[in-house]
Design a protein around this ligand. Structure first.
Ligand code: TRP
Ligand code: SF4
Length: 331
């Protein structure tokens, strides 16, 4: 029996995903699909609201990302996978919600304010409306739980306010749009190869589908404790960008002996990195096997998305009928 609360989450199509995406989001999706009715979608409209670089190769990025979802173990038999731009229903709900949402609410969203302060490319109207589109994505499925990273919690809170106001104005006796809760992913941010947050744009990421030789090379050349210049210098794991990866991948007993080896200069950094390389390669093995199957059969991926899109559309249409009726648009 699955929980009655529906789960919905979206990801902007950034192309091939990396280990940070897996540990920060996908791992959680795979877990949730067994216990909840899950909807996962490619937020490709959202990608159009921001930097121009995200618009190039969009189709490739969309399908690379879906293959990574499937590779990670997201199961189209258990979860519904779809693409936002194939769902004009989201745009209709966005329009209708816009009529009861004060502009000021959007102007005070942290990501919008930060954009203005950073003095980048002037924001377009779509960027201002970004959180309202996200609210429509969520509310159209009456999702109860929204797995997101911390940076998105403000958008889910905003979604609750939008729902509350809509219900109060249009269906005070029997609320139509339930208020969702965010489900924060508890894994700490996975640091990248240079110790900063793992991100494709920093060039410090290990992709989920990086070839074994590439993974090996990336980890072997990772910087270590800057004070451990020679093999004979004692090191300190707390100063080493490699260490947080051990905290994720390596069991406590091994970790303890590695830390001792580091502090006493008993082991070299390559010795220390080897178990990490082995662990990442082992983790990637099933991803690679699943991905190879889908890459050999791209039609199957399109079909999965097609089926998911139609399943999602059924639910979206039903909510829209209720919303139109509540507003008095059912003539
Ligand atoms: N804004 C989210 C992000 O950048 C993507 C997103 C769009 C989303 N719509 C959503 C996430 C609805 C959860 C629910 O990561
Ligand atoms: Fe970092 Fe390990 Fe080298 Fe110590 S031995 S500096 S923890 S890589």
């Amino acid at each position: 029996m699955k929980s009655p609360s529906r789960v919905l989450s979206g990801m902007r199509p950034t192309g091939a995903l990396h280990l940070g995406h897996y540990h920060g989001a996908l791992k959680n999706w795979v877990r949730l699909q067994d216990s909840h009715d899950c909807f996962f979608f490619v937020a490709d409209w959202h990608a159009l609201t921001t930097a121009r670089e995200h618009r190039e190769g969009l189709e490739q990025n969309v399908y690379d990302m879906v293959v990574d979802w499937l590779a990670a173990g997201v199961d189209p038999e258990k979860a519904t996978l779809f693409i936002q731009s194939r769902m004009p229903e989201h745009a209709e709900l966005f329009t209708l919600l816009a009529m009861s949402t004060p502009t000021a609410w959007l102007e005070r969203i942290p990501s919008y304010k930060a954009h203005l302060e950073e003095d980048r490319e002037p924001p377009n109207f779509g960027f201002l409306g970004y959180p309202l589109l996200q609210a429509a994505d969520i509310l159209i499925y009456k999702a109860g739980l929204v797995p997101v990273g911390e940076d998105q919690a403000a958008h889910v809170e905003f979604t609750r306010e939008v729902a509350r106001r809509f219900n109060r104005l249009h269906s005070p006796d029997a609320p139509i749009l339930p208020e969702p809760q965010e489900l924060l992913t508890e894994t700490a941010r996975l640091p990248g190869l240079d110790g900063r947050k793992m991100s494709k744009s920093y060039g410090n990421a290990i992709a989920m589908r990086d070839a074994p030789a590439v993974v090996e090379d990336k980890i072997r050349t990772m910087p270590t404790d800057p004070q451990r210049v020679r093999r004979s210098d004692a090191g300190e794991p707390a100063r080493c960008p490699v260490w947080p990866l051990h905290e994720l991948y390596t069991d406590e007993v091994t970790r303890h002996s590695l830390a001792q080896g580091c502090r006493s200069a008993g082991i070299g950094c390559l010795d220390c990195k080897q178990p990490l390389i082995d662990a990442v390669l082992k983790e990637q093995q099933p991803w690679r096997e699943r991905a190879d199957q889908y890459l050999a059969n791209p039609k199957q991926v399109h079909w999965i998305v097609e089926v998911g899109t139609e399943r999602a559309r059924g639910i979206a249409r039903k909510t829209l009928r209720e919303v139109r009726h509540a507003i008095g648009l059912d003539y």
